[in-house]
Write a protein that binds this ligand. Structure first.
Ligand code: AMP
Ligand code: MG
Length: 483
């Protein structure tokens, strides 16, 4: 009897869960999804992207609900689709209450006959603007990113059709690992040879910069500066001299919150999640005494750099990727590339427009779940650079210690978990992101609000999001898709 009751109870619970989820889907108005075939097709034609048709049964088909909840309604998929697809949901509910008017139901039936002969639900059909079927799939128990890759594999031929139809621009994209980060370089042009050349040259440029500023490469000028600390001045290229000069300006502006001589302490901390104990406070105090940007002595006449204290060290971790992104962009624009992106490990500079002529959209990662975004920004000729506590860290006694050091204490900075700076210059954005991270919410925000043409998005350890006074101008709701 007990067993039977248990069984009934379990079945009831299961039914309840199912009903709740069915109801959730039936009620959710899917933002960014068309329900009208003709409108969706016209949009696909206009944007020169494929149309994805989802044949679903929102109140009876469990895999349909799973497909929506685990793939289609995720930020990752929404973000991908907003650039690359037009989405059409053709729902076939059994419950009368959920059904559209008769004529619409008839239209959907006709479309199902045309594209979903098998009658399988869910059925995902990709078509082009000429209504040619490009691919067909359904629900898969995989991650949104894997599903996107799967869709892309079905769409491989699509690019060429666009290229044939319009003698328009096309997009080239390459990724590399440099400066310990993943770089992505995108060039858009009618001339694909030129785009490829621009990407290659930009890549070489970043390799060159890495060789100049790396503090562990024994052949770099930065390495010489560090090994000669307290001994003698090192003559350097004007390029490195100017970079250090600019870094010191940010130090001055931030009263030492940003300090490239933070590196004097970098042996004490390891932010690769292997550290299990805090460093000895005596050593921390000793190393902190070596951090002082005022002891980086520059001689303009001879172009020399001298670190006054023995044991002092400089490092460009907080500014180098932004600098490299600026330089790579310059190489490309000098070659005539009017639309492109350099993404230096998440530090982004974008100029011109996307291949479909719309503005670039940059997602701001959610610090607690990086596959999700807290927002998107539409940008044109702008850098968007984020410093996050999730990038490199170690957990010690259950507490997170991340890679941005407060030069005053020698310990990782606390309070903010993500700082995004938006301004036209990637190097400045990079330096300021680290600066604000150390300065904290109040002082950091005040600094950015004082500066023209520079904006920020701050997220603190409680998850509160604050933006600078002028940012709402380009703030885009993460749920909207471009139309
Ligand atoms: P970012 O991701 O741009 O904020 O740079 C973080 C990196 O900058 C760290 O991994 C360190 O290499 C370096 N860094 C840490 N603290 C500071 C600081 N207070 N000033 C300048 N550079 C720092
Ligand atoms: Mg930085």
């Amino acid at each position: 009897m007990n067993k039977r009751n248990n069984h009934i109870l379990k079945s009831l619970m299961l039914l309840l869960v199912l009903l709740i989820s069915l109801n959730a889907v039936a009620n959710s108005t899917e933002k960014g999804w068309y329900t009208d075939y003709d409108k969706a097709l016209a949009e696909a034609k206009k944007n020169k992207v494929p149309l994805l048709i989802n044949f679903s049964g929102s109140d009876w088909c469990k895999p349909c609900i799973m497909l929506s909840e685990t793939i289609f309604f995720t930020d990752v998929f929404r973000n991908y689709a907003s650039d690359s697809l037009v989405l059409l949901n053709l729902d076939f509910p059994v419950n009368k209450k959920n059904q559209p008017e008769k004529d619409e139901m008839k239209r959907r039936d006709a479309l199902a006959e045309k594209y979903n002969e098998s009658g399988v639900f869910p059925s995902v059909i990709l078509i082009d603007a000429n209504e040619k079927v490009l691919g067909q799939t359904g629900y898969k128990k995989i991650s949104p990113l894997a599903y996107i890759s799967h869709l892309k594999s079905l769409l491989i031929g699509f690019k060429y059709e666009i290229a044939d139809a319009t003698p328009d621009k096309s997009e080239l994209r390459e990724t590399y690992t440099m400066m310990g980060a993943r770089f992505e370089i995108v060039a858009i042009d009618r001339d694909t040879e030129l785009a490829q050349k621009a990407i290659n040259n930009a890549h070489s440029e970043i390799v060159r910069i890495e060789a100049l500023i790396s503090s562990w490469n024994e052949n770099s000028q930065t390495y010489s500066i560090n090994t000669n600390a307290g001994i003698k001045a090192t003559e350097v290229d004007e390029e490195l001299f100017r970079l250090i000069e600019r870094a010191l300006k940010v130090s001055k502006l931030s009263e030492g919150a940003f300090d490239i001589s933070f590196a004097s302490i970098d042996k004490l901390w390891k932010f690769d999640r292997t550290m299990t104990e805090l460093p000895d406070s005596v050593y921390v105090a000793k190393s902190v005494s070596k951090i002082n940007y005022k002891n980086v002595i520059l001689n303009k006449e001879n172009l020399t750099v001298y670190l006054k204290d023995k044991g002092m060290k400089i490092g460009f971790g907080a500014i180098g990727k932004g600098y490299a992104a600026n330089c790579a962009k310059k190489i490309m624009t000098d070659l005539g590339i009017k639309d492109g992106i350099v993404n230096a490990g998440g530090d982004i500079i974008a100029w011109g427009n996307k291949v479909n002529g719309k503005p670039w959209k940059v997602g701001i990662s959610n610090p607690t779940k990086q596959s999700k975004f807290v927002s998107f920004l539409q940008v044109n000729d702008m850098a968007v650079v984020t410093s996050g506590d999730y990038e490199r860290y170690s957990i010690i006694n259950g507490e997170r210690y991340s890679h941005i050091i407060d030069p005053k204490t020698g310990y990782p900075s606390k309070g903010l978990v993500s700082v995004t700076i938006v301004c036209p210059d990637a190097e400045l954005a990079d330096a300021l992101a680290t600066t604000v991270f150390v300065m904290g919410e109040e002082k950091g925000l005040a600094l950015i609000n004082r500066m023209a043409l520079i904006d920020c998005i701050l997220i603190n350890d409680k998850g509160d999001i604050t933006t600078s006074d002028n940012l709402d101008l380009n703030f885009v709701d993460p749920n909207t898709t471009e139309q």
